[in-house]
Design a protein around this ligand. Structure first.
Ligand code: NAD
Length: 700
């Protein structure tokens, strides 16, 4: 069936795009529009055409389901459809409502006239995928709304409401009543007034001093988009709108193709799809019935508990926070209030919001007060005995059907579930610090977690504006299990001759928000120490670089103690290299019998990256992660991995797995030559070896 419905209202043909959810301009729809146009042009009783969209949009642009398939460019492509409209002998009126974005807007720009309902979102968001509008948008939009507003829209990708374009040539009319009636009436009026077949391409871009403005814009855009080529290409394409139309179109094409090939766009498209893929769980159907979440509870008002409670309050969900001691409760609630007030001081919340949100958070020391909550998140000390006591109590008091979640970062969620008589209701919700800020929520699926519990928690993640990513149960889950290998390599590199600042600088230049040592100082070195001590006991034969323990033995826990791998001035967060650390390293290397060598930035970056990748491959093979892109999304949203590199697994794909294998071998050889080295860390994960041998990638 055609995806473009055709009907006639007297002498006006109405073509309605019907490709839910947003009338993405896929192959079938493009074909349908062309058929409709040809029918209308051939029918002598038709004098004009109205083009509109059914349902929730005029058109949201390209059909993302066709990305990465040959259909995306199959004829009739978008250019062909636009050319057919521009060349028509009968006027075509775009009737826009709700959403006209990307290719959808470009289609409308190709029409002779445009009318719009108020409140429609108008955007060319391609820059967000590392691209530029390649269907003539960079040439036509400046001709209609002016160079500067068009540049702002195209470089930012942000939507603008239709009524904001009043007074520009973008819309011939804003229709207040029924849009199609208004569009049909407008078409008749245009015919009656002999307004002909105006083409946007025939207009000239207006600007009093275009070249000076463009030079200013170049400076700004270059400064703001360091690692992203798309904003710069967007700008150059818009600048080309000053040229004759066909020359400008040719330039747009070239600049578009350049971006299509760029690793940054590949990464951003990977992020776009990866975020959508994360919510799909193969054995949990999309129509799994959900449990209702109208209220929540949090156990523990410490660092994490407070932030978690804020997430619920921010989403309008009332939350009760339980602590064992009044003092801890008061302190926790005071920190929450201060956090909100600080946000208000920055102008990002009103005083009223602060009261509303704090009003949704109630403190208690009585479990009785939690019993009716639909979900409870435990965030007490990372100690199995404490967790056990809490979960036994929750099992006793919580109403049937309540979800019992743990924020544990390392403990076995299956074991925790067995402290209750309802393991199907138990799940891990691993928030990242600061919990009210970080977007990642690792959702840990226990062996017995109910499918409805998993589906409800995933949905809840969206409600509290997190990206939920599913992990199986293992030590550290996906993110921390991988970061553990990364931190070990960072530690080994200190032993071999690097300084903390050299390691941090190298990986930060590669794009990470913070290197491993600045990060450890921020998070608190005691946290890792505590976990390592458990590892030492559980795996007495395992090798570890021990410098991290040495600095903890001195009480250098990081920023909170004024010293860690760096030193810190009171009240400041700047990491200052500390000669004492370098002295300690010299001594420590001598103790190990290591002759220090100079490590290149390339070695530092790749040892850190491929430590992540090799562990990621194991996690994938074990089924702890459902897909490579889930691992990447975790790193992008929880670990400060740069979006323009797309995550560690995509990074490996782009380097090529064959090349990754070779580097692993080099690193193993180096480790064999180094006292205290750990060549086994570089034994390739079987999945990595298999994919490399077959010339494949992690991300398909
Ligand atoms: N801090 C992080 O970066 C981070 C990140 C992810 C997950 N986690 C996990 O979150 C949990 C909490 O960590 P945190 O950093 O917030 O610790 P925290 O020490 O800041 O807070 C723990 C709070 O729990 C309270 N508490 C202890 N026993 C309790 C009990 N029986 N009943 C009620 N309250 C009790 C304490 O008084 C304290 O306020 C741990 O499981 C930790 O592994 C921490």
């Amino acid at each position: 069936m055609s995806q473009a419905r055709y009907e006639q209202r007297g002498d006006i043909a109405v073509i309605t795009m019907e490709n839910p959810p947003v009338n993405g301009l896929g192959y079938e729809l493009r074909k349908g529009i062309m058929e409709g146009l040809r029918r209308a042009f051939a029918d002598v009783s038709v004098k004009a055409v109205v083009l509109t969209g059914a349902g929730k949009a005029f058109s949201g642009g390209a059909d993302i389901r066709e990305f990465n398939s040959p259909k995306v460019n199959a004829e009739p492509n978008l250019h062909t459809v636009i050319r057919a409209i521009e060349a028509a002998a009968k006027p075509v009126v775009a009737a826009i409502h709700s959403v006209a974005m990307g290719g959808g807007l470009e289609l409308a720009l190709g029409c002779h006239f445009r009318v719009a309902a108020p409140g429609a979102q108008i955007a060319l968001p391609e820059v967000k995928l590392g691209l530029l509008p390649g269907g003539g948008g960079t040439q036509r939009l400046p001709r209609l709304i002016g160079l500067e507003p068009a540049l702002n829209m195209i470089v930012s990708g942000n939507p603008v409401k239709s009524e904001k374009f009043k007074g520009t040539k973008l819309f011939d009319e804003i229709v207040e009543g029924d849009l199609i009636d208004g569009a049909v009436a407008f078409a008749r009026k245009a015919l009656a007034e002999n307004r002909g077949l105006p083409k946007v391409r025939d207009l000239k871009v207006q600007h009093p001093d275009a070249q000076a403005f463009l030079q200013f814009a170049r400076n700004t855009v270059t400064a703001m988009s360091r690692n992203y080529p798309a904003p710069k290409n967007c700008l150059e394409a818009v600048a080309a709108s000053l040229l004759p139309f066909d020359e400008g179109m040719a330039r747009e094409r070239l600049l578009f193709l350049e971006l299509m090939e760029s690793p940054e766009s590949r990464a951003l498209r990977h992020v776009f799809f990866g975020e959508r893929a994360a919510s799909k769980i193969p054995d949990v159907p999309e129509d799994t019935p959900l449990r209702e979440i109208k209220s929540a509870a949090v156990i523990g008002a410490g660092t994490m508990g407070g932030g978690i409670a804020m997430n619920f309050a921010n989403a309008g969900i009332p939350v009760t926070v339980l602590e064992v001691k009044q003092e801890a409760l008061d302190k926790g609630l005071a920190i929450i209030r201060r956090n909100y007030e600080n946000t208000a001081k920055k102008g990002r919340l009103t005083a009223e919001d602060v009261e509303k949100r704090t009003g949704l958070i109630r403190g208690t020391m009585a479990y009785e007060d939690l019993k009716d909550a639909d979900i409870v998140v435990e965030a007490v000390f990372e100690d199995m005995a404490v967790k056990e006591a809490v979960f036994r109590k929750l099992d006793e008091v919580m109403k049937p059907g309540a979800i019992l979640a743990s924020n544990t970062s390392t403990l076995d969620v299956d074991k925790i579930a067995m402290f209750t008589k309802r393991p199907q209701d138990v799940i891990g919700t691993h928030f990242f610090s600061p919990a009210n800020v970080m977007r990642l929520l690792e959702i840990v699926r226990g062996a017995k977690t109910g499918k409805d519990v998993l589906a409800t928690t995933m949905k809840l993640a969206g409600r509290i504006r997190k990206l939920g990513v599913v992990s199986g149960v293992c030590d550290g889950f996906i993110g921390n299990r991988m970061i553990n290998q990364y931190s070990r390599q960072a530690g080994y590199m200190l032993e071999e001759g690097a300084t903390p600042q050299q390691v941090d600088r190298a990986i930060e230049r590669m794009g990470f928000a913070m290197g491993p040592f600045r990060m450890a100082d921020l998070a608190g070195n005691d946290v890792g120490w505590f976990i390592r001590k458990r590892h030492y006991a559980e795996h007495p034969d395992a090798k570890f670089p021990k410098f991290a323990d040495k600095i903890c033995e001195l009480g250098r826990f990081g920023q909170k103690t004024g010293a860690g791998y760096y030193k810190y001035e009171a009240g400041k967060r700047d990491a200052i290299p500390d000669p004492l650390i370098e002295e300690m390293l010299v001594k420590y290397r001598a103790e190990l019998g290591i002759t220090p060598r100079k490590l290149s930035d390339d070695e530092i970056v790749h040892r850190l990256m491929f430590a992540l990748v090799n562990e990621g491959a194991k996690i994938l093979e074990e089924g702890i992660a459902m897909r490579a892109s889930d691992i990447d999304m975790i790193y992008l949203t929880g670990y400060g991995f740069p979006a323009y590199r797309g995550g560690p697994m995509l990074y490996a794909d782009m380097v090529g797995l064959y090349n990754v294998m070779n580097r692993l071998e080099d690193f193993a050889a180096q480790a064999r030559k180094t006292p205290n080295g750990d060549p086994d860390a570089w034994t390739p994960a079987p999945l990595l070896a298999k994919l490399a041998a077959a010339g494949k990638t992690f991300n398909g």
